[in-house]
Design a protein. Structure first.
Length: 505
């Protein structure tokens, strides 16, 4: 009897906090996705779920307001541009967006808005969530391994594995982070109204392997250019491997779209978004990057800025170097890293870098005062086009893919009353949050920069689903604060205590 009653009670509790049954909305965000890059793979049948969305859904290029992931992802989640939402570059500090914290946030995000209106949400692995905080549903952290509620973490399902090139993908830290946990959380909780599922590996793979991807597409084609077929066998193998790695990350993204489709069901909506597109890097944007997954066991890539090895802060400063690569059309200026070390044990970590040599035993770095500069062996290796250099500690490669604000992302909508085909209006990143609110039968804030993409529905669908408005969702509260955040008010602390988030105080 108890066993039967408990779920019924739970259902009753959930129901009384909800308004009229809304359509379920499942959003998949593929970092760096552009139709121009995905369509050839869709046409070849490699991405079945994206193919269905492209065929049966309403799709458009997504105009973005930033090509910096943290800024752009926050625009997607707020309906505001960076100056209004607060996640933006600090003046004069290159790369500072990537160190942005939730403390800078000025407005609520989609899951905060939907949650406070009684919709149950899941947001997973989202930029600038920092430490997880209480939401009406589930939050899986990105910058931490925490979840809210904590029991979700104990579901502990491993990340999805690629079909091929698994070892190389692991080495380059291009795995589909937290996908196992996302799937487990959805299996665990069949009653979520809004789920938000981002994936970043495809963008990272394109940064590292654009040249290989592009050359691989040519090699796969019916008429590969003689310049490529004449390359030595090992270079061709390297191209095919890099191309395969990018393809596998695209397939993992496609699998996430499939998960969203299953969860949304036939009555719900699947929305596809990306934070920007991707293309070949201009000469000035080509940089040597270090994949440090093997160095300190944590995934990530650094091409500038800082990372930490054994508690020592390693700072990478770009050093320009003009290159004469063997393939003339790929001429570029490389920016090599100069490394400085700070903290207890700096000398030992510096020694580890100094000990790195190429196959012939030539050192990759040379001392320059207390810093390390790239040595001839590193210059020689990295400057071969389509090149990369693996050590036992990390991979060094030319970042041959890049994105700017002109590189549009993707937008797609699949679900009831969607009018298949290209959307006949411009779709902007700030329209994503208003569109989700609208589909969830929630009012849209008049203060948002964007508007619902009503043109994605048929005229009859638009008639049946009117846009309701409210002045704003902002009421001075900051649902995203955590006990550790500087500047947290006594009221915010009390609220967290009441939610059981702060214990034993
Ligand atoms: Zn991005």
């Amino acid at each position: 009897m108890r066993r039967l009653l408990a779920p019924l009670l739970l259902l009753a509790l959930v129901d009384c906090t909800r308004q009229a049954p809304p359509a379920r909305v499942a959003i998949v965000g593929i970092d760096g996705a552009a139709w121009a890059n995905l369509d050839p793979l869709i046409e070849r049948g490699a991405l079945p779920n994206l193919a269905r969305l492209r065929r049966e859904g309403a799709t458009a290029e997504l105009v973005v307001d930033s090509a910096q992931s943290p800024e752009s992802w926050t625009s997607l989640a707020t309906g505001h541009h960076p100056p209004e939402h607060g996640i933006q570059q600090q003046p004069g500090v290159e790369g500072s967006t990537f160190a942005a914290t939730a403390q800078q946030l000025k407005v609520k995000r989609l899951w905060d808005m939907a949650g406070e209106r009684g919709r149950r949400v899941l947001v997973a692995n989202y930029w600038v969530t920092g430490k997880v905080y209480p939401v009406n549903g589930v939050m899986i952290g990105r910058e931490s391994d925490e979840t809210f509620p904590p029991e979700i973490q104990r579901l502990n399902r491993p990340d999805w594995q690629p079909g091929q090139h698994g070892e190389r993908i692991r080495q380059l830290a291009l795995g589909a982070a937290k996908t196992g946990l996302m799937e487990a959380a959805l299996d665990h909780d069949p009653d979520l109204d809004l789920v938000i599922l981002p994936i970043y590996a495809y963008d990272q793979a394109l940064h590292m392997l654009w040249d290989e991807w592009e050359a691989g597409e040519l090699l796969e084609g019916d008429h590969p250019p003689p310049g490529l077929t004449a390359l030595p066998a090992d270079q061709q193998a390297r191209i095919r491997e890099g191309h395969g790695v990018v393809l596998e990350t695209a397939k993992l993204a496609d699998r996430l779209v499939g998960l969203a489709m299953r969860y949304a069901g036939e009555d719900g909506y699947v929305m596809l978004v990306s934070d920007h597109g991707h293309r070949a890097a201009d000469p000035s944007m080509r940089r040597v990057a270090i994949s440090r997954s093997l160095l300190d066991g944590r995934p990530g890539t650094a091409e500038q800025g800082r990372f930490t090895v054994d508690g020592v802060t390693v700072t990478l400063e770009p050093v320009e170097h003009r290159s004469r690569p063997p393939i003339p059309q790929l001429g570029y200026v490389l920016r090599y890293p100069r490394l400085t070390f700070e903290g207890e044990g700096a000398e030992a970590v510096r020694e580890r870098f100094l000990a790195l040599t190429d196959e012939a035993g030539a050192p990759l770095f040379r001392p320059e005062g207390a810093a390390l500069a790239p040595a001839d062996a590193l210059l020689a290796h990295a400057h071969s086009a389509l090149g990369r250099y693996d050590t036992d500690a990390f991979s060094i490669f030319v970042n041959s893919g890049a994105h700017g604000i002109e590189d549009h992302g993707v937008f797609g909508l699949l679900g009831p009353d969607v009018q298949a085909g290209p959307i006949q209006s411009e779709v902007d990143s700030v329209d994503v949050t208003p569109t989700a609110l609208w589909l969830l039968d929630l009012p849209v804030g008049r203060d948002l920069a964007g508007a619902p993409v009503t043109a994605a529905l048929s005229p009859a669908g638009q008639e049946a689903r009117r846009v309701e408005q409210v002045d704003t969702y902002e009421d001075g509260t900051r649902p995203w604060v955590t006990p550790q955040m500087p500047g947290i008010t006594p009221e915010e602390r009390e609220r967290l205590k009441a939610l059981g988030y702060i214990q034993g105080e």
